[in-house]
Design a protein around this ligand. Sequence first.
Ligand code: T3D
Length: 283
Amino acid sequence: MPQNIGKPFAAHHPPMEDDMPDALVLVADDGPVRTLTLNRPAALNSFTAEMHGQLRDALDAAAATETVRALILTGAGRGFCAGQDLNDPALAPGADGRVDVGAVVEASYKPLALRIRALPVPVIAQVNGVAAGAGANLALGCDIALAARSASFIQAFAKIALIPDCGGTWLLPRLAGRARALGLALTGDKLSAEQAERWGLIWQCVDDEALPAAALALAHKLAALPTQALAATRRALDDAADMDMAAALSMEARVQRERGHSHDFVEGVTAFREKRAPQFTDR
Ligand code: T3D
């Protein structure tokens, strides 16, 4: 359960205490910071089709809520997320005895990864414990990953004859380099949070008991910054990854022109000149 924040409620309903036992994604607000907690702790918050649906609704609701200016994604209990629930009926073999894993990826993991990448607010992964399979790549695909020192990241796919998904093939080489990406993906070995920090896969690892407060403080810091500029920064970095330098420079000029026309830019410069804290309002 999220700590130090408002009373959580189910993602698919307004707050109703009666819904709590069934909610697979808990939602809690602390001012402009919304925390979404994956809530299947007995199965290390692994994904069923139903949890995918509730997370999708919760992300869409956060995107549509003007007062939300930063998002935290975390897990209930001792795990962050163990990827696909390997007992989910979605993995039941068809009449030919085969499982259409591609259909599951198309229907659930691809939209999830893209949805997070397109959110209008910054997203922090608060990695409270083990993050395996798609759960690992879900965390790595957030804007900033903060992990508990006891947490770990496991590219579990090869052990069940799959390849990294939920963006893993794109993210891993970019974050860790080809050698480490392949080492992680081929062996499925556990990567400690401390090593993940040293390798640059995540922003920071902190002591377990300090994680909720550290994630919340970081989220409030981001919430006070110009939200549209943060989303544009994420998009620009992603876009530039596939450009040559000249194209990136042109893209920067185009985006900077848009930014320069924003109220937040005027506010930021005015506040600097007046030696006061800026009040950013664009969302
Ligand atoms: O459709 C598709 O498949 C496409 C999408 C693929 C995306 C993927 O994510 S594929 C990868 C799926 N995930 C895995 O293969 C990870 C499986 N889990 C593990 O390897 C281990 O559980 C962990 C290394 C993550 C943690 O190990 P440990 O020893 O800390 O915990 P545990 O005892 O293994 O797990 C605790 C419980 O969670 C246990 O249930 P039980 O015995 O207490 O009733 C375990 O079965 C359950 N659990 C953990 N992971 C999953 C799971 N149940 C269902 N699905 C899981 N992925």
